[in-house]
Every structure is written in C-alpha cells, then in structure tokens.
Design a binder for this molecule. Structure first.
Ligand code: MOS
Length: 758
C-alpha cells in the first residue's frame, strides 16, 4: 500500500465525496452519445453471424456450407474444418476469472458438449445476409445421450479437485454438527432450490474488431475487463499486447456475464485476422442463453436449536451443476458458518457434470443461493420456536467470523436490523400466518439478513493535471452501470480541490494502467484507492513547487497544514494565503504533472480481519387470495457497506440488486427441456424479469459504518449486497401471508395456489 493515502476520516476540503452526485456519463447515455461495443463504425465493416449447435451432446459428422457461400456478399463460413490454427494449450484460454478445467474453444473440433455451442461463423457484407446464409448451412450430427437434469445426476456429485482461485472452499467442520443436531430439542431439515437464471443484460454481447492497415486490432468488446479480454486474445492468437487494444467505454449491464471473454470476441478476432477486414459479431437475444448462467443448485439445510431459538447445529450441503469441461465454483454454503453464532457447523459443496455451458458468476454469485436457503430456514426456525424472526437473528448474532476465527473489519448489522425494522414498522407485525389482510388480499411481512464480501484488489491508476487546470484520471477498470466514472471523478476532484466539471475519467481501455475485471463489488474500493493515491502524488509534487515559488505564502508550511480547494492551495484556516494550482504548475516549468500509483490491500490487515458488507431486508407482499397473484409492495433494505462515496449512485446499486432479488423470488427461471437438453424460454418474453409494474416502494438505508481496514478509502463495495437476502425476505413474507412454505424459487402463482410441491 502506498503511504500517501489520505486518512478518509479527515477529507480536507472535500466537497464531493459522500455527497449525491449525478452520473457524469449520464448525459452521454440518455442522448445516445455513449457508444456500445456493437455500435462502433469501421470502414468496410463485415458482419458475422454465429451458428449454434442444434443438439446437446454428440459430434458434427457433416457440414456443407456451399449453398451459403454461393450467395454474393457472403464472404466466408468458418467451421472447425477451416478455422485458422489456434493455441492448443488450455492455459491460453483461461482468463482471469476462469474456473479450473478446459475452457470451451469455439470451432475447436467436431465435438458438441451443450446445446447452443458455437459451431460456425458466417461472415457477410451485411448482418441480414449473414443470418440468412447461416440458415443454408447444412449440418448433420451424431447424437449421444445427454445429462441436463441435476436431480438425476446428484448421485454422481463430487468435490472439485482443483479449487477455483479466489473462491474459498467450505471451512472444515467445527464442533460436532451431527451429534448436536440429533440432540437438539428443535430440529428440521429441508431442501431448497432456485431456478437456473440467465443474466439478461439489456445490451447483448457484441464485439467489433477494427482491422488496422498495420495488422493491429482495435477491439470494441462488451466486457467487464478490457485487459482480461486483451490477454485472452493475445494468448490464443499469438499476438503481442501492442497488436491488440481492447476498448469498452460503456457496458449495457453485465451482472457477471462479461467477466469471462465470450465466444463472440474469439470469433470476431479470428475472422478479422483471417479476412484482414473489420468484423462485427453481435449475439442475438436467444444466443444470450448459450453461455453462462447461475448454476442449478440443490441445497439441503438442517438447523438444530434450543427451544428458545439458540442455534446448536447447522448442516448445509449443496450440489451444483457444472459443465462437462470445467468445474465452476462459487461460495454457497460458507455463509451458513459465517452469519450466525453456532458452535457446530458442517458445510459441504459438491458439483455434478451436466451438458450445459459452464455456469458463471451472476450478481453475488453463491451468496444469493446459500443465504436464501439459510434465511428461509431461519424463518422456519422462528415459527418452530415462536421467536420473532428479527429477535431470532439477534439471539444468534455472530460477533466474529467463526469460519476463519477472525474479527470483522467492521460489522454494523445490528444497526441495519434496528434501522430497517424501525423504518418498516416491524414491531406492528402480527406473528400469526394469514393474520393480516385487506379485502381480498393477504398481507405478509418477512425479513432476512444479507452478506457479501468486502474486497479490494491490486489496481494501478494515473492522474494528470494540465496547465488549463483540468485533471484526468485513468485506470483500466469498467463502469458496468455502477457509477464508476462518477465516483472516480468525485475522489479526484476532492484530492486536488478542483471542480468535478474539470475532471475527466478514462476507463475501459486496455492501454490504461492495470486493473482487474470489475467484479465482486471491488471496483470502488480498488480503483478508488488507486485513483486517490495517484492524485495525492500529483498533489505533493504540486505543493512542493508551490512552496518553492518566490515569496510563496506557503513557504513555511507542510502539506498537512494546507487545503486544496477551489483550484487553490491555501493555508488551513487562512484562505487569503494561497497559490493557485495553475500558478504552481507554471512554476514547475512542466506542461503537466502526472503520477501513476499502484495500490493493493495490506496483507497483514487481510490476514487479521474478515471483511464483509451486511444488510437487513424487510419485505411486504400482498397476495390475491383467489388468484394467487403476488405483489411485492414494500421493501426496506438497510445496508452497512462502509463509506458511501455517492449516496445517489449507491442507492441505485441497491435498487438494482433488490429488483434482481424480486426477479429471483417471483419471476426468473430458465426452463430446461430435459428431453431436448436445451433452455427453452430463451427470450425476454418467456424468461420473466420484473417490469416497472412489478416494482413498488423500495426504501434504501445506508447505516453509518466506519471501516479503516477493508480498504484505505473506507469503502466496502455495493454492487452485489442488494440482491442478497431479498428473495428470502420475500419468500418469508409469502409464508407469513399464506401459511404456505414454498422452498423452490421462483414462487409462481401455481405454487401459491397449491399445485405441485410446497
Ligand atoms: Mo460480479 S457477478 O463479480 O460481475
């Protein structure tokens, strides 16, 4: 960690950090000025259309593309038979976030491992022509039996041999969970399931490769990590970093689907290199269902407790589907050892191979599933013991991280419970199921806890102050709609005391200082710290010049005695004694002052403390008793996430997460036809996501939380915590309203009306 990071508790002269600021990129976005990967123009652009495998498992025995290639305007049909030579080593295909295994190689060979696998690319002068020509490509397959039913495969589940980097396996058992469970006066075991979900960002995945005369490629890619995409491309195609520049200034939603480089990137680069022309490949909405999804996961959760609700044993076992070629892993069960104080815990996580594409990270990967099961089970425990659900959580409050045996860097979850309950009016709840109603509507109130990791990653950033007083800050991170541009500008403006309007933020370009993918809710803490550090180095350089100016009013002061404000460096408490930034810069004789810094978490702090964000979610549902229609009429989400840089964009992050949680609870479900082995509702008409009419009141509270350990700027991250706990709070509210416990999400009308399982 660099030493020149300002203590965040005393931001001298800070005008912007901690205040509600509009998105600095908002105007570009609403006026159409913001360009996305599939929109960048290129001279002589050609269009690629992907051919997707029509079978689920087997191999291609014949491809005839002659009819397609005979059409004027069709340039080439790429298949495994004629694709250029590419890397054969798995490592070259393994991006920064890849799970262990052998990544799918588009057009790699004749083998098919899942429905929708890309098996061809038709390149033509127009998109329509390419799409039409794709229908003329004749393909014969040899089919083999497929496995797409997790229930049927759970018997062959296994513990992944190689662990995924950055993903903690379940902690070793503590105490004697089996023994304690058997002796517990109150005990029950249930199975919980959440439907497979697809990310469904508004912007489909797309790549535009601009072929340069010099053979260099400019690649506009929809991604959460430009340098991740760049490394993937250079590794596979044997190119140098200088040959490939990846740019992604705006991302129309990703939610994790842009963490791994996707096949449209591979195919567009391959075609551009072979044809020596610019190529664009845009996936269709149905092709957005042919890569990555939240994994199908069967969870069994057993709780043992005393009669008054003190936890004595937790057993949480999960079996998750993965592909036949990679062992995708996420943290599902560990939350059950973390969130509550319980002396005996046994947590297991296993995988089962399916003929689907490899599942992937989707907003709060693992936690959404595991915390849902835990929090639904805690609600069941509340009814079994007659203890109020909120009281039950307080009774089992974890003072430290018992998985790791460490204190928390900060944990204001008690304040979340208290402030959330107060705002919601929880004390007015009648505990009896079916006890609250208005007309035909049953009313239910439920609550749940949420938790997510507070992470920081090593990141580099550059700051450049120019003679005209403008400040540019740059790092290769992304803004996937989260507000990264805006918080970078706030931090930079405050660090140098300049108006936010004079700050330019550059991100989403592989030529910028090194940054990991934007994921795991770590971007604000990571890029924010790096940007601030770079600005502080500029600040010191500038101050040294200002002090040395002839007759400088600052000559006798150290940097800790001045404030940077309104484009000036002034003596603290005596604003009449100052040097302007532009004068100090002129005195330096330089055209600009620039600094690059790299910041990383302090390993000692990381080893000593456990960092998590927390939340308490309260939900009200109203259910039409005759029709079974559920409306989520009110959500209060009280969040403790350390320092809030921008309450406005922060609130938007939580709103988005909560809406995602409503989708998970009531709407979202990728339906697998087990006979065919394909997700059948591959469009937004049949894959339901919450629409405006589904969303009513969402009240977000940010609880004060001071954390000087999670990151140097006090930030713990917000992108993911909003979804965690939301579905459980809603499911618990549905039980309170109806007396029906529905453990398989989404809770659709048929389940409320009592058809099928409950
Ligand atoms: Mo997030 S699922 O790490 O983009």
């Amino acid at each position: 960690m660099t030493s020149n990071i300002q203590d965040f508790s005393r931001p001298k002269g800070g005008r912007y950090v901690g205040t509600a600021q509009r998105r600095i990129d908002g105007r570009l976005k609403v006026t159409g000025g913001a360009k996305y990967a599939g929109e960048f123009p290129a001279p002589g652009l050609t269009y690629g259309y992907v051919i997707s495998a029509a079978i689920t498992h087997g191999r291609i025995i014949r491809i005839d593309s002659s009819a397609a290639e005979a059409i004027p305007g069709v340039i080439k049909v790429f298949t495994y038979q004629n694709r250029p030579k590419i890397a054969s080593d798995d490592k070259k295909y393994q991006d920064q976030t890849a799970p262990p295994g052998s990544p799918m190689r588009p057009l790699g060979d004749d083998q098919i491992a899942y429905s929708g696998q890309p098996i061809g690319l038709v390149v033509a002068e127009t998109f329509e022509l390419a799409r039409h020509a794709a229908t003329l490509v004749e393909i014969d397959y040899e089919r083999r039996p497929h496995k797409t039913d997790l229930e049927a495969e759970r018997g062959s589940s296994y513990e992944p041999k190689e662990k995924r980097s950055g993903i903690s396996p379940p902690p070793p058992p503590r105490g004697d969970a089996e023994g304690a469970y058997d002796k517990a006066p109150v005990r029950f075991e249930n199975e919980y399931r959440v439907a497979v979900e697809h990310h469904n960002p508004m912007e489909p995945h797309a790549t535009t490769v601009v072929w340069g005369e010099d053979g260099k490629l400019t690649v506009y890619d929809k991604t959460q990590g430009v340098q991740n995409s760049q490394n993937y491309v250079t590794g596979i195609f044997g190119l140098k970093k200088d040959d490939v520049r990846v740019i992604s200034p705006f991302v129309g939603g990703a939610f994790g689907s842009g963490l791994r480089p996707q096949y449209q990137l591979f195919l567009a680069v391959m075609a551009a290199m072979e044809l020596k022309r610019s190529v664009r490949v845009v996936l269709t909405r149905d092709q957005m269902f042919t890569f990555t999804h939240r994994p199908d996961t069967i969870q069994t959760l057993a709780l043992g407790a005393s009669k008054d609700g003190k936890l004595q044993a937790i057993k949480h076992d999960a079996v998750a589907g993965t592909s036949t070629f990679e062992d995708y892993q996420e943290v599902v069960v560990n939350w059950s050892g973390l969130i509550y104080d319980c002396p005996n815990a046994k947590l297991t996580y296993e995988l089962a191979k399916l003929n689907t594409y490899t599942p992937g990270d989707m907003r709060a990967p693992g936690a959404t599933l595991g915390v849902y099961a835990l929090e639904a089970a805690m609600d069941e425990l509340a009814y079994a013991t007659g203890v109020d659900p909120l009281e039950l959580r307080l009774k089992n409050y974890a003072e430290k991280d018992e998985n790791e045996g460490k204190p928390f860097s900060s944990k204001e979850l008690r304040a979340c419970y208290a402030q959330g309950a107060e705002r919601f009016g929880w004390s007015k709840r009648n505990p009896e199921p079916r006890s609250m109603r208005e007309g035909r509507e049953l009313i239910g109130w439920g609550m749940a806890t949420g938790a997510w990791e507070a992470q920081m990653m090593e990141t580099s950033a550059r700051a450049v102050l120019k003679t005209d007083g403008t400040l540019e800050v740059a790092t290769a991170t992304a803004d996937i709609g989260t507000g990264t541009y805006t918080i970078m500008a706030q931090l930079a403006a405050d660090a140098l005391g300049v108006p936010i309007e004079s700050v330019t933020v550059k991100i989403g370009d592989s030529t910028l200082p090194k940054s990991p993918v934007e994921g795991g809710s770590w971007a604000a803490a990571s890029a924010g710290t790096a940007v601030q550090a770079a600005c502080h180095t500029v600040r010191e350089t500038l101050f040294n010049h200002a002090r040395k100016m002839e007759g400088s009013p600052l000559a006798n002061f150290g940097i800790d005695r001045v404030v940077f404000e309104n484009g000036r460096i002034a003596v603290e408490g005596d604003p009449s004694r100052f040097v302007t930034l532009t004068d100090a810069l002129a005195a330096s004789g330089e055209a600009e002052i620039s600094a690059e810094e790299t910041t990383a978490p302090d390993p000692k702090t990381k080893e000593k403390y456990s960092g998590y964000t927390h939340s308490a979610v309260f939900a009200e549902v109203r259910i039409d008793e005759d029709l079974g229609v559920i409306r989520v009429t009110r959500i209060v989400d009280a969040v403790a996430a350390g320092r809030i840089l921008n309450p406005k964009t922060a609130r938007s992050q939580i709103l988005g997460g909560v809406v995602f949680g409503v989708g998970m609870a009531l709407h979202e479900e990728s339906l697998m036809d087990k006979e065919i082995g394909r997700f059948m509702n591959h469009n937004i008409a049949e894959y339901h996501i919450p629409a405006n009419a589904d969303i009513r009141e969402i009240d977000v509270i940010f609880v004060d939380e001071h954390d000087d350990k999670a990151s140097p700027i006090g930030v713990k991250g917000l992108g993911e915590i909003g979804i965690v706990g939301t579905a459980a709070a809603i499911a618990n509210a549905v039980f309170h309203a109806t007396g029906r416990r529905i453990r398989h999400l989404p809770i659709t009308i048929d389940k409320v009306m009592g058809a099928g399982e409950a």
